[in-house]
Design a protein around this ligand. Sequence first.
Ligand code: OXD
Ligand code: MN
Length: 586
Amino acid sequence: MKRNEAVERWVAEMAALTGPDRVVWCDGSEEERRRLTQEALGTGQLLELNQEKLPGCYLHRSNPNDVARTEQLTFLCTRRKEDAGSTNNWMAPADAYARLSGIYKGALRGRTLYVVPFLMGPRGSKFSKVGVQVTDSIYVVLSMRIMTRMGDAALAELGTGDRFVKCLHSLADLNPERRFICHFPEDYTIWSVGSGYGGNALLGKKCFALRMAGWMGRQEGWLAEHMLIVGLERPDGRLSYVAGAFPSACGKTNLAMLVPPASYKGWKIHTVGDDIAWIRVGPDGRLWAINPEAGFFGVAPGTNPKTNTNAMGTFSSNSLFTNVALTPDRTVWWEGMEEPKAGAVGYFDWQGRPWSPGSGTRGAHPNARFTAPARQCPSISSQWEGPDGVPLSAILFGCRRSRLAPLVVESLNWRHGVYLGATIASETTAAAAGAVGVVRRDPMANLPFLGYNVGDYFRHWLSMETRCPKLPRIYRVNWFRVDGKGKFIWPGFGDNLRVLRWILDRCEGDAKATETPLGNLPTPEALDLAGLDLGPESMKTLLEVDRPGWTEAARQQEEFFQSIGPAMPRELVEEKDALVKRLGSA
Ligand code: OXD
Ligand code: MN
């Protein structure tokens, strides 16, 4: 491979800082995968799974203090504090470099520094961007190998250029007190230390493809979003693509791979991406999206042949599992899979402790993950690596709300759609450290991943109206409404296609809707409910407009908007005022 001087210079600098015994350049080859896997098996970083049942699959157990993203330790380090905005932690770049250099200094003594060039996006695409991560974790290298186009392919794409994102990572001593994930967008640099967890350590993912790319996209006129991308093909062959933002661990992977209900004969699903979308205006004036990743880093608990058979097919080989339970025949298990017999022996929990099913303790960590190559997904789209991406017919903003938010609302126009996304509030999940089930603001389901001021982000979204002549329609959805007994009302999973069908029909102008203060809701007959056990009362709850509840929600939105300060676009405040007015009249 031709050498790239800028990369070599930077790697030498990072090696001088961290002091490794060896520097190994990764080429992405199969031989390298085998060699690194053997090494990781030797040190116990990986455990071999049953190679007959799960060929090429391995188990990783993380440090129990390092099992989720740590948002409180994640910083934007911009020269001006206001560029980080009210929702991000901020540190001055000089302070962050000094503080973290102290931790990195000599941290790789006795260790190997792996150099991992990686490409986000398909080869030969104008969307795509190169990064180089240096790391002391083989688990991270092998995960990056699945999640990105890694090795020589990335260097070939970079050529002799010097525009690459410089990603420094070290596990250091895994001390949560010395754990930092710092982004320096002005320097194209990410420094992460003290964590081996996916979102903190696989720097191509959240750090680059969302925060750093968000910053780049603002400057270059495109969007980096926390969105799945899926193609929906009707029996007559019409194919439409939808992108959907949902908070972490709220079913993006399941929606991207959904299996149509039995009555949907002839419908086909084409998975393009399950977590991140880069979106640009295409030459035809529509929005086009790519998935910058090459793999899925999905939440394992709850995944089973009924909820996501395509995911089961995807990770049946060449995959890594993190913090799942180990079965007596060295396969994997997690909550939500078929329950083993209570008291069965030979199981180990996610921390490697002997464990018995039915003992009342968890086998897998709630944020246990699978890391699997996208190309293995049975429903993968033939277009998933297309350099131009796929054109979007609709954008979804999803939330997880047990009350208040209806099943689906159609926005009145782009500006109102941006407002619907900007005002998402959702119940927290185990994907981030901290309390679970607490309602918090999560604009565009992207709050933890914003690479700049949230007010400027809203403005950037609004500006698409002037850049893009053929914008997709925007919808807000909520699959998570519960009844009086706390049970989910909507069946979710494959049946979400019923809602997507209404959305597609609306985009094509042939489905009925009722105008409400919130936006357009389906008339009860417009949603296809055939074969579902959902009475009129349930549908009434799913489609209700709770006026006092929304009046209070609008008051809370006002507080949120005010907290954003001068960057907050007036247009969205006006949308909130218009909602209050609509709620008050009629
Ligand atoms: C993820 C997350 O891992 O959102 O995708 O936390
Ligand atoms: Mn995510």
